[in-house]
Ligand binder design. Structure first.
Ligand code: UP5
Ligand code: MG
Length: 212
């Protein structure tokens, strides 16, 4: 993808930081196509005939990062599907409350990259990002949110044991990715311990420069 034609924003942050919640709002207001790496992996896990199903389930339950080949392929396919006019226009039209005719060109990549090899590979072979939104929130608040969501989410990893492992992976494996983009001056820090509305207002300010 040509970075002159598409805008990619990575949305990063710890487990339960509010990535999905805030991306849904950005879709409503700005017609982004939202691609959650975790959602794509969960869908692939459940797809009948997938050769990766069992492997993905194990990695997710253990809070480990699925080998990047699988995730990057899923993301690339989803980006292509959104850009191939019909699907793209449909998504974009949804996002714009029914205004059709604008091909998908703004992407929110949620929860990816979260390991250095993925970051380097995606930037080199798919498309470098314009901005990285980093949602910052203390662990005790994240834990409370995830345990609460776990009562109804049905996610294999919303239990105390998996959450602990997800936190470890975030600190040890995913934070270096944030530091890497920080050195490229791409990171906008957002305090996501505030209310959903307050967080969204800060995000609006943070992304304004790349929406022009
Ligand atoms: N909530 C949200 N914002 C709130 C606020 N401001 N105030 C109060 N409550 C708020 O939110 C989580 C919960 O908190 C919700 O109940 C929400 O209402 C509430 P959500 O928006 O879902 O947060 P999000 O950051 O999206 O949390 P999620 O659990 O999705 O984050 P993870 O990063 O853990 O999960 P993800 O799906 O991205 O990845 C899951 C697993 O997939 C990984 O652990 C890994 O095993 C695998 N994976 C890979 O292997 N490779 C990848 O590239 C990506 C994922
Ligand atoms: Mg999510």
């Amino acid at each position: 993808f040509d970075p002159k034609e598409v805008t990619v924003i990575f949305v990063l942050g710890g487990p339960g930081a509010g990535k999905g919640t805030q991306c849904a709002r950005l879709v409503q207001h700005h017609g982004f196509v939202h691609l959650s790496a975790g959602d794509l992996l969960r869908a692939e896990q459940q797809r009948e005939g997938s050769q990766f199903g069992a492997m993905i389930k194990e990695y997710i339950t253990e809070g480990k990062i699925v080998p990047m080949e699988v995730t990057i392929k899923l993301l690339e396919n989803a980006m292509r599907a959104a850009m191939s006019s019909e699907a793209g226009e449909a998504k974009e039209a949804d996002a714009n409350g029914g205004v059709k005719g604008i091909p998908a060109r703004r992407f929110l990549i949620d929860g990816f990259p979260r390991q250095m090899d993925q970051a380097v590979k995606f930037d080199e072979t798919v498309c470098p990002s314009s901005l990285v939104l980093f949602l910052v929130c203390p662990e005790p608040i994240l834990l409370e949110r995830l345990l609460e969501r776990g009562k109804t989410s049905g996610r294999d990893d919303d239990n105390a044991e998996s959450i602990k492992k997800r936190f470890q992976t975030f600190v040890n494996t995913s934070m270096p990715v944030v530091d890497y983009y920080r050195k490229q001056a791409k990171v906008v820090d957002i305090d996501s311990s505030k209310s959903i509305e307050e967080v969204y207002a800060d995000i609006e300010k943070g992304i304004a420069p790349v929406l022009r």
